[in-house]
Design a binder for this molecule. Structure first.
Ligand code: SF4
Length: 291
């Protein structure tokens, strides 16, 4: 099965009356030789690890936070949304909190699911587990959401890139948000076309975002960008589900993201030599952490 572009995905969906998650399952079967049951088992395992990362970050003091620039933010958000009606709504506040939680676990060398990368490991679990609670999503739909997200990630990886070192943070958080937006759309009953519009909108929203980790550690700005990534995914999915389309098709947005990444100077691609990493405070923190 060929899965080179978003257009390929849509054509297969239309021809065989499938969802993107059905195509992702067929693709994985053809590539891995695994059965449907085995693939679903792997997806369930990923979801379990995601859930454990969220729980661990929210309920356990993370002891080995590398740079100690983050820690406790997930709980702060939870304390607030449990106490009062959050200004951005419960689904978004929860998703942000879950995403921050995953990043705290990642910074403590704990177990996370790179989705698509370790630096962006909070976005997809954040939105999936948040809408699971607020929108009564079943376990089967959670697996479908993960499969939808994987198909979008595969297309981005084949036509652009997923790492901050290659394409800037737009490639990491932008791709994670695109994957998550498509997953939400299909979980909520949207069409494959709407899912790719959601993904395109999410990727465009973060186009040009540089990678500038303070002291070279995946803590700041990474953790807050994961929180923003969940918000971006939810906003983009909401628009797509309402029938709002991306003016630029998904495949062209992916190509544009790649081109923007290619023109980014090295200082803005994970070298920690530009952006907020190069601010006086960023440099001071680096010195303190490395001393
Ligand atoms: S700033 Fe760089 S390291 Fe941090 S999440 Fe973005 S791409 Fe990853």
């Amino acid at each position: 099965m060929q899965l080179m572009t978003g257009q390929d995905l849509l054509e297969i969906c239309q021809q065989y009356d499938m969802h993107i998650y059905d195509v992702a399952l067929q693709y994985e079967k053809s590539k891995s030789g695994k059965t449907k049951a085995e693939i679903i088992g792997v997806m369930r395992n990923h979801l379990q690890v995601m859930g454990e990362s969220i729980e661990s970050g929210l309920n356990t003091e993370q002891e080995k936070l590398q740079g100690k620039m983050i820690g406790g933010e997930a709980r702060k958000l939870r304390e607030r949304y449990e106490r009062i009606n959050p200004v951005c709504g419960l689904t978004m506040a929860r998703a942000m909190s879950f995403a921050l939680s995953c990043l705290e676990v990642n910074a403590s060398m704990g177990r996370i699911v790179a989705s698509p990368t370790a630096g962006s490991c909070g976005v997809l679990p954040g939105v999936l587990f948040s809408i699971k609670e607020t929108h009564q999503v079943t376990d089967e739909q959670m697996v479908q959401g993960l499969l939808t997200a994987s198909a979008v990630g595969i297309v981005i990886a084949k036509n652009a890139c997923l790492s901050g070192a290659e394409g800037g943070c737009q490639a990491e958080i932008g791709s994670a948000a695109a994957m998550a937006a498509a997953a939400i759309v299909e979980i909520q009953g949207g069409t494959p076309g709407q899912a790719l519009h959601g993904a395109a909108i999410a990727l465009k929203n973060l186009m040009g975002l540089i990678c500038d980790p303070v002291a070279g550690l995946v803590e700041a700005p990474c953790s807050k960008r994961n929180a923003i990534g969940t918000a971006n995914a939810l906003i983009s999915a909401e628009m797509a589900l309402a029938g709002i389309e991306s003016i630029i098709p998904f495949d062209e947005v992916v190509h544009a993201m790649y081109e923007v990444g290619r023109t980014m100077p090295c200082a803005l691609r994970e070298t920690a030599e530009g952006g907020i990493a190069a601010t006086p405070t960023g440099k001071k923190l680096k010195k303190e952490i490395q001393s």
